[in-house]
Design a protein around this ligand. Structure first.
Ligand SMILES: Nc1ncnc2c1ncn2[C@@H]1O[C@H](COP(=O)(O)OP(=O)(O)OP(=O)(O)O)[C@@H](O)[C@H]1O
Ligand SMILES: [Mg+2]
Length: 470
């Protein structure tokens, strides 16, 4: 939804005229239909009017107050009940205030007193259409506001993130190609969105393509589109993502996984902003801003000949490097607060926060999954504990250290507080297994030996704690 709705075309305005006098039906059909260009239908009594209202949608219904079958007020009531968006205009020979009040109370928009002037009829119809188009615009704007508020905010107080924000601000309003780098879960997609929504293209589409998730044969037609019959299975032609992103931004996620052949095609788009759909000789020109992201080391891929050098330099015009979470631990308390407010609302929890001790512990953790992992941890804690403060003892074993047991559980016992022995044992087991694996360089049989376990037992335990040997 990126196009402001146009004003309603006259032929798309459907009007019903319900009057038992043929002369009134004729004159209204003439004025509203032939002169104004609206689509007009007629009914010769109240019963027929109600019947038609049930079968079709009418934007406006002109209805005579006194008719055989159902009278005008009943028709209006039925219209508003069945189709609340429709508007009614009562036609009456008795232009009294009491009739007007009764009509409006029944839900009519206005009333016309016989004999009326044709200009009056036109004016009423125009007023109603204008009001409806304003309503539509209002709905559209509300949707846009909702879309805008769906934009996630990026949290980052650390110096490293402040630098990222500075870069985002300086490139957002240009058309420069940006390459966003960083480990998995560091917020690359979030940065791409931030750039798009702060650019002059914000009202145009942001098209996201995950180059790693789509098989190579499909990726080409996904990006560039194809014509009917271009390959087996291409039963109809299809518009590609680049064309769809026209005027807006395309975000090529995981670009490091793109095949050399597609890399060449992408290079041409970047240089010339044009391409041909699969199976077509017609060149399509597009106006798109290109953002790309990768968690791979592209410089290394260059050296290995897996990534085109020319493409790399075209993409790398403005590189934005997102630091891993373990290098910006100052952000952890702010991110926790941010995710608590999101997930309390989402899952109906009332968690107040994490204790300083829990935060301190989390700041020592390595965060292989970066911010995404922290987000999932907060969500999990809210689901499990629902309310109160999250303390060290609540954290899953992988976030805990053996030292923390001394600091926390031993201290708790000394003060006569309860602890969870099973959790403590898990923490010790997990930590010792990790240390052994590290010492054994990831060789499981060696680690098992260090731990005095059978290899199969170690593997079982690794599975239990979701540990991978590195
Ligand atoms: N600085 C941040 N502030 C708030 N939320 C963040 C931040 N960084 C990441 N997130 C959240 O963490 C999750 C992962 O972020 P995102 O998808 O942008 O990471 P990514 O770098 O694209 O990861 P991947 O390489 O796995 O695709 C998202 O839910 C995102 O909203
Ligand atoms: Mg991503």
């Amino acid at each position: 939804m990126d196009k402001m709705p146009n004003t309603i075309e006259p032929e798309n305005v459907h009007i019903l005229v319900a009057d038992d006098e043929p002369a009134i039906r004729d004159i209204l059909s003439q004025v509203l239909g032939k002169d104004e260009g609206y689509t007009v239908d007629t009914a010769c009594d109240g019963t027929e009017a109600i019947d038609k209202i049930h079968k079709d949608y009418y934007d406006i219904v002109f209805v005579d107050l006194r008719m055989p079958g159902a009278d005008g007020i009943e028709v209006v009531q039925e219209l508003k009940r069945h189709s609340p968006d429709s508007e009614a205009v009562i036609i009456t020979a008795y232009g009294t205030i009491s009739i007007a009040v009764e009509a409006v109370r029944a839900g009519a928009y206005d009333f016309l007193t016989k004999p009326f002037h044709i200009e009056e009829v036109k004016l009423i119809a125009q007023k109603i259409i204008q009001m409806k188009s304003l309503k539509q615009e209002n709905v559209y704007l509300r949707e846009r506001i909702k879309e805008y508020s769906r934009r996630p905010s990026i949290i980052g107080k650390s110096e490293a993130m402040q630098e990222v924000f500075h870069l985002i601000n300086s490139v957002a309003n240009t058309d420069a190609t940006v390459l966003i780098k960083g480990e998995s879960g560091t917020g690359k997609e979030l940065v791409a969105k931030e750039i798009h929504y702060n650019s002059r293209r914000a009202n145009k589409p942001l098209v996201i393509v995950n180059c790693a998730a789509i098989p190579e044969e499909l990726l080409e037609s996904e990006l560039f589109g194809h014509v009917k019959g271009a390959f087996t299975g291409a039963t109809s032609s299809r518009v590609g993502k680049f064309e769809y992103a026209h005027g807006g931004t395309i975000f090529l996620d995981e670009i490091g996984d793109m095949s050399p052949r597609l890399q060449a095609k992408i290079l041409r788009i970047i240089e010339e902003r044009e391409f041909e759909p699969v199976g077509s000789v017609k060149t399509i020109k597009v106006d798109v801003r290109i953002l790309a992201a990768t968690n791979k080391d592209l410089e290394l891929a260059l050296q290995r000949g897996e990534f085109r050098e020319d493409l790399f330099y075209r993409l790398n015009v403005v590189p934005i490097q997102l630091p891993p979470l373990r290098e910006r631990t100052d952000d952890i308390p702010y991110l926790i607060r941010h995710f608590i407010s999101i997930y309390n609302k989402k899952v109906g929890g009332a968690v107040e926060g994490f204790t300083p001790r829990a935060i301190e512990l989390l700041q020592k953790y390595q965060w292989p999954g970066n911010v995404r992992e922290l987000e999932h941890l907060v969500e999990q804690m809210i689901i499990i504990h629902q309310k109160g403060m999250i303390d060290v003892e609540h954290l899953p074993p992988r976030y805990r250290t053996i030292e923390s047991i001394q600091q926390f559980e031993l201290e708790a016992l000394r003060l006569g507080h309860t602890i969870n022995l099973n959790q403590v044992m898990n923490t010790i087991e997990l930590n010792l297994i990790q240390s052994a694996l590290k010492r054994a360089g990831g060789v499981k049989s060696k680690a098992a030996e260090l731990l005095g376990l059978k290899r199969t037992t170690l593997i079982e335990k690794m599975r239990k704690y979701n540990i991978e040997a590195h």
